[in-house]
Structures are given as C-alpha cells and as structure tokens.
Design a binder for this molecule. Structure first.
Ligand SMILES: CC(C)(COP(=O)(O)OP(=O)(O)OC[C@H]1O[C@@H](n2cnc3c(N)ncnc32)[C@H](O)[C@@H]1OP(=O)(O)O)[C@@H](O)C(=O)NCCC(=O)NCCS
Length: 390
C-alpha cells in the first residue's frame, strides 16, 4: 500500500474536478481552448486530418514522427493483419449483445475476454516491445469487435476483416458488407484522425491511472471505456442528429431551442468544457459535410447558425458553439454508418489515443496516487463497546 507521507497542512488544495490542474507530462497531444487549437505531437491535428491517413497518424502517435513510405507500408500491413479475432471470442460477442444494444458495453466485455485469450502480461512485467505489440493488437481488433457486435445484434453473420483495406474502408465494409466509395472512406478517415486524442480528458486520465499501477493494457483500456460511457463524457453524435430530426424545418428552430432552454435542457452537439471559440473539429467536419452537399447538410448549417445566435442571446457570456458531435453525426450518416455505431466509430480512433497514453504512462514507472480531504467526524473517537446478542 502506498501511504501519503506529506503532512496534512502541506498538501496542496486543487479545484473540484481537478479543473486547471496539471497532473502529468505528455508528448502526445494538447488542447488550447481559447485559441480553438489542438495538436498531436508537434503538428496541428486538423492539418494532419486534412493531409494524412489514419495509419500515418497512428504511427506518429506511437513513434513521435511520421513514417517513411516503406515504414508506412509495413505498419499498414501489420495492423491490417492483426484485425482478425481469435475464435474463442465469438461466443462472448454473441452473448454480449443483450436485448438493448449497447456496443460500448459489449466492447468492454469483449476486451476483458480478449485479455485472457491473448494472455496479456501486466505492463509492469512486460518489455516495451511486448507492450507495443499488445497495444497494436487491441487497437486493430477493436473495430472488428464492434462491427461483429453490430451485425450479431441484427441477426447477421460478422464479416471477416479485409487486410487489403485501410482502417476506415474496412470499418465501413465490416459494418455494411459493402465496399465503400472513395469519398466516404476519405471522410471517415478524416473523422478518425481528428478524434484520435484530445488532451487529458476523463477517459484518458482514467486509462493513465490504471496504467500507472502496472496493470495490463486491456485493464487500462476497459477502465477508459467505462469512463467514456458516462453521459457527461461520451459522445452524442446520434443525439445531435435526433435534434435535427425533431426540429424538422427551419421555421421551427427558434421555438424548439427556446423550449429546450426553458425546460433547462442542453442542446446536444453544442458547448464544450475547454473550447471557448469554434471547436476546430466541428469546422473540419462542417467542411467535410459541405463537400457532400444536399438538403440534410444545408439544413444542418442553418440549424447551427441559428442555434449559436439563440444560445448567445439565451446564455449570454457563455460562448457556446457547435462541438465535434454536431457535424460528426451528419458526416457519418452521409457515409452510411448506422446511427447506433456513431459512438463506436469514435472509439475506433480514440483507442489509439488511449493506448498511446497508456504506454507513455507505463514508461514513467510512477503510480498516480493523489490524496482526498477527509471531511467525516473528527478521528479518533472511542470505538463503542460491541453489544453481543448472546
Ligand atoms: C459539453 C458540456 C458538458 C460542457 O459543459 P460545461 O463545461 O459545464 O460548459 P460551460 O462551463 O461552458 O457552460 C456552462 C453554462 O452554459 C450552458 N450550456 C453549455 N452548453 C450548453 C448547451 N449545449 N445547451 C444549453 N446550454 C448550454 C449551461 O447550461 C451552463 O449555463 P448555466 O451556468 O446558466 O447553467 C456542455 O456544453 C453540454 O452539455 N453540451 C451538450 C452535450 C454535448 O454536446 N456533448 C458532447 C461534448 S463534445
């Protein structure tokens, strides 16, 4: 057991929820909320999303540099070959699709089984090469698990991964059974790159806490997914799309928004804990949606513009803009991703950020062990005599 030996009056008080506290050092990513900017390593994440493939940025997150052409080929082939699931996992996947379809809970369960099947060692005991290989395997298998859960829930056979497809193309293929067109692949690839990592959010912090104990990678990932499924953190791209459906036509926007705010509800797809200006991911995805064009996209841009105006009026001084979720749902719908698989699509990319953070944390060899302020009755009090029934 680790005991905090710092005298109580020397402990440092920090704001509730650790807001504004630096709790670790990282070389992976950072978010600058007031500038509307975030980066992976030393590069703008948005510039990477525009110009690089998911596999290139995955390599960057792990290695700290973009790959040479030959390295990229080798890396792409390696991760594509790792997508296939061990046979022992199939009965677990079938059992994990309960009456209500909750793919992230299914993923958490399947990763737990996978850790046993693959016999993953604790990070503390494994050498860096083994940790790196295990991280790749779990990331590569995550989309296969999620796609299989989706198909099993609909009474369909899971589809084998195709090693000659990119992560983005294979993801759409394994969900729908159809080879996607290039525009859809490029749009999903952009989305995946843009959501790989995003600073020290709750699930990333959770992953690092578990990794800091020296536990195995799957345990740290499962904990991160657990944090991510909480409504205050996990994505809401399907709910943002439901809002568009509910509003229906431009003339209903004002009444709909005013009624929501009157009832104390939040408008899904708007606002962010860190950004105080446009969320750069939302700008990128709006641009991506506009490349598709069409009535749905026109309506979404009209709703976005008006909701921002109304929130400025109804929540003055709050600076609320569209967040990543608003256009994510629109883009995924245009690419043929089924609505229940919007949040899982986010997990296909974020698993890269989680594992990169897990490996970085494990490398420090330091356990994360803060303190809590005790606010119960003063101690010690005399233990009352135990009354015996006999
Ligand atoms: C993301 C979110 C949880 C950030 O919350 P936060 O850090 O507390 O936000 P802020 O400190 O900037 O703003 C708090 C104030 O703005 C209001 N606000 C923030 N986002 C809002 C939204 N989407 N709709 C209505 N009001 C909102 C809050 O009601 C609060 O007002 P109050 O003080 O009068 O109660 C919040 O914006 C939200 O719930 N958004 C909708 C859900 C969503 O899109 N989630 C995906 C996030 S990527």
């Amino acid at each position: 057991m680790t005991i905090n030996t710092t005298p109580i009056d020397e402990l440092i008080e920090v704001p509730a929820g650790l807001r504004g506290v630096i709790a670790a050092e990282t070389r992976l990513s950072d978010v600058r909320g007031s500038e509307g900017f975030y980066h992976y390593r030393q590069y703008s994440a948005i510039e990477l999303a525009r110009g690089c493939t998911f596999e290139q940025v995955w390599f960057l997150m792990l290695e700290g540099r973009l790959p040479e052409a030959a390295e990229l080929d080798e890396f792409t082939n390696t991760v594509a070959r790792l997508r296939k699931l061990p046979d022992e996992l199939l009965p677990v996947l079938a059992a994990a699709t309960g009456a209500e379809f909750r793919p992230m809970i299914g993923l958490r369960t399947a990763l737990s089984m996978l850790a046993s099947v693959l016999d993953l060692p604790p990070l503390w005991d494994a050498d860096p090469a083994t940790c790196g290989r295990d991280a790749l395997r779990l990331c590569a298998m995550t989309p296969t698990i999620l796609a299989a859960l989706h198909r099993l829930h609909r009474g369909l056979e899971p589809i084998e991964p195709q090693p000659n497809l990119s992560t983005a193309a294979n993801w759409i293929y394994q969900l729908t059974g159809e080879l996607p067109d290039q525009r859809a692949v490029r749009a999903i690839d952009r989305y995946l790159v843009a959501t790989i990592d995003h600073g020290f959010n709750a699930s990333t912090f959770t992953a690092r806490v578990v990794a800091s104990t020296g536990a195995d990678i799957a345990s740290a990932l499962i904990a991160a997914i657990g944090a991510f499924t909480g409504p205050l953190h996990g994505g809401a791209p399907d709910r943002a799309l439901e809002s568009l459906d509910e509003i229906g036509t431009p003339d209903r926007i004002d009444d709909w928004v005013r009624a929501k705010i009157r009832n104390g509800d939040r408008i899904m797809g708007f606002g962010h804990a860190v950004y105080r200006t446009d969320d750069p991911r939302s700008l990128l995805l709006r641009e991506t949606a506009l490349e598709f064009g069409g009535a749905r996209v026109d309506f979404a841009t009209t709703v976005e513009r008006r909701v921002v105006e109304l929130l400025a009026e109804l929540k003055p001084g709050r600076s609320i803009y569209a967040n990543v979720e608003f256009y994510a749902g629109v883009v995924m719908e245009l690419c043929g991703i089924p609505r229940p698989m919007f949040t899982p699509t986010f997990a296909v990319s974020r698993v890269i950020g989680w594992t990169a953070n897990i490996l970085e944390q494990a490398d420090t060899g330091k356990i994360i062990r803060p303190a809590a302020r005790y606010i119960g009755p003063a101690a010690p009090q005399p233990v009352p005599p135990v009354v015996s029934r006999r």
